[in-house]
Design a protein around this ligand. Structure first.
Ligand SMILES: [Zn+2]
Length: 380
């Protein structure tokens, strides 16, 4: 056997053991051998390495085997071995958090009405990182990595298309990795939300998470794996055409879904109807609750468009569950039954649609999750 092959197998076995401890720990060495199918010698050797790397620790003592004998020492993942920084670059906000490897938040910040600027964004991220370094609690590895959510298309660490701010082709990952001295990962925000939903409930392995913010995007997980597509455009459901020759869209087409039912589009339409320059979700909610007929019609129409998107997504991927991550849906929970009313095809009859339980935390949680997974080399 080639040395490189042996090395690759060893790395793979390390991943299997660490993953098993994270998912099912605390476990004894014998439990690990049983669950992974690896022999006890291999398990002991890898456990020794993981203990030395401070990624796991020994905890308490398990119950003795049926045959009697020594009670085994249990092993558990040390989620406080390292920290991650998650950053969400929204079209009109900037959120960030310092987290442990399991997503437990130590500190977070949120700036509303923040507008991403190509000239200043790198310095802004550097400032955030330095601030978190000064706040970071003592851990073995310190801040291990940074993950940034981009509201646009990302492929292999490159930003390809950002319709509502100008970051396309800015090599953020490379420049920031050099500046900060830790790996910096970029990922699409809807994909991160889907990853966060899956981390909450791993029983549903085919899922779609629809994010409705500046645009409308979907994160698609098939059998628990993110489906990005050849160019990273998978899940760009905001650009499915709802009305041929409809409203122009920054993608180059006309009549794209997100020009009609994104949060931005709904707020703009509400503002136009009511003569308000900068309407908020709270304004829409208040008008809806007073029974205002124009607002009710707008909400009905938005639910109908959303149902068309869900119908198309469901007929393409047949997911078990569709999560909706939207401040508008959170403010007006009646939108979910309204959407369901519009799904009349027998093909969509069995689909579960529910609002994200993570809401605005989903993107940061997903970002922290990919940063942790890559630090722990669990995603290869
Ligand atoms: Zn478009």
């Amino acid at each position: 056997m080639q040395y490189t092959d042996k090395y690759a197998i060893r790395e793979q076995n390390e991943r299997i053991i660490l993953h098993t401890i994270i998912q099912n720990g605390p476990l004894s060495r014998a439990d690990l051998a049983k669950e992974t199918g690896l022999n006890k010698g291999t398990v002991s050797e890898i456990v020794r390495v993981l203990l030395a790397r401070k990624l796991i620790n020994e905890t308490g003592i398990g119950s003795s085997t049926e045959a009697g004998g020594r009670r085994p020492i249990l092993l558990q993942f040390d989620q406080k071995a390292a920290l991650t920084v998650a950053i969400d670059l929204g079209y009109n906000y900037l959120s960030s958090a310092l987290m442990y490897l399991d997503g437990e938040t130590i500190h977070e910040t949120h700036r509303e009405n923040y507008h991403v600027n190509r000239q200043t964004i790198l310095a802004e991220v550097e400032r955030l990182f330095q601030d978190y370094q000064s706040r970071a609690p003592e851990t073995h590895y310190g801040i291990s990595s940074v993950a940034i959510a981009i509201h646009g298309t990302v492929l292999h660490q490159q930003i390809l298309f950002t319709p509502y701010y100008d970051l396309a082709n800015l090599d953020m990952a490379e420049i920031l990795t050099q500046k900060l001295g830790v790996p910096v990962y970029l990922e699409n925000e809807a994909n991160l939300s889907a990853i966060a939903e899956f981390a909450q409930d791993r029983s549903k392995r085919d899922l779609v998470s629809i994010s409705i913010h500046s645009g409308v995007g979907a994160g698609i997980l098939l059998d628990g794996k993110l489906h990005s597509g050849k160019n990273g455009y998978s899940g760009e459901i905001g650009h499915m055409i709802l009305f041929p020759d409809g409203r122009p869209c920054p993608c180059g087409n006309h009549g794209c879904l997100e020009q009609y039912c994104s949060e931005k589009a709904v707020l703009e339409e509400f503002g136009r109807l009511k003569g308000i320059t900068t309407p908020t979700i709270a304004d829409v909610k208040a008008a809806f609750l007073t029974g205002d007929s124009e607002t009710k019609a707008l909400v009905d129409q938005t639910a109908k468009y959303l149902a068309i998107a869900i119908n198309n997504v469901s007929n393409t991927f047949n997911p078990e569950i569709i999560y909706i991550n939207s401040r508008l849906v959170d403010a007006l929970p009646t939108m979910i039954p309204l959407v369901k009313e519009n799904l009349t095809s027998f093909l969509t009859a069995s689909i579960t649609i529910q609002p994200s339980t993570l809401a605005k935390q989903a993107i940061l949680q997903g970002a922290s999750s990919i940063a942790a997974q890559r630090f722990l080399k669990l995603n290869e």
